[in-house]
Design a protein around this ligand. Structure first.
Ligand code: FES
Length: 140
């Protein structure tokens, strides 16, 4: 089996799918090579992630990692959400095949990009943090 049960679970039954119309921060990241796109919406109250939703147009691992990323940051403080790493997402999913690790990087970047947008709206952080997504040659 290529994917762990956890990955299959989050792929077939993704948590927190959708949009937040009055979101406080929205982040969108994409991988130019595989064409996958992830959009993350955050509702922030008193420095905490009150709600989070995502829309991912991408591979199964991209959907599973975005679903898990939302689960990991929901209810947490902004500081904790900023510490979310792709390896924490992979670990929570009980592993990903090496060629799919970059999909988890996309999830980490989507969270950071949404938080960056939140700070931009507050006038604190004028530059969005949109990092380089890892090399995607082995995708698909
Ligand atoms: Fe590129 Fe999954 S995000 S194949």
């Amino acid at each position: 089996m290529l994917y762990s049960e956890k990955v299959m679970d989050h792929f077939t039954n993704p948590r927190n799918v959708g949009e937040i119309p009055d979101a406080d921060g929205v982040g969108e990241v994409g991988n130019a090579k595989c064409g996958d796109i992830m959009r993350m919406y955050l509702k922030i109250e008193d420095g905490n992630i009150k709600d989070v939703k995502f829309k991912t147009f991408g591979c199964g691992a991209a959907i599973a990692t975005s679903s898990m990323a939302t689960e990991l940051i929901k209810g947490k403080s902004i500081e904790e959400a900023l510490k979310l790493t792709n390896s924490a997402v992979v670990e929570a999913l009980e592993g990903l095949p090496p060629v799919k690790i970059h999909c988890s990087v996309l999830a980490e970047q989507a969270v950071k990009s949404a938080l960056s947008d939140y700070y931009t709206r507050l006038g604190i952080d004028p530059k969005p943090i949109v990092g380089e997504i890892g090399d995607c040659e082995d995708c698909h």
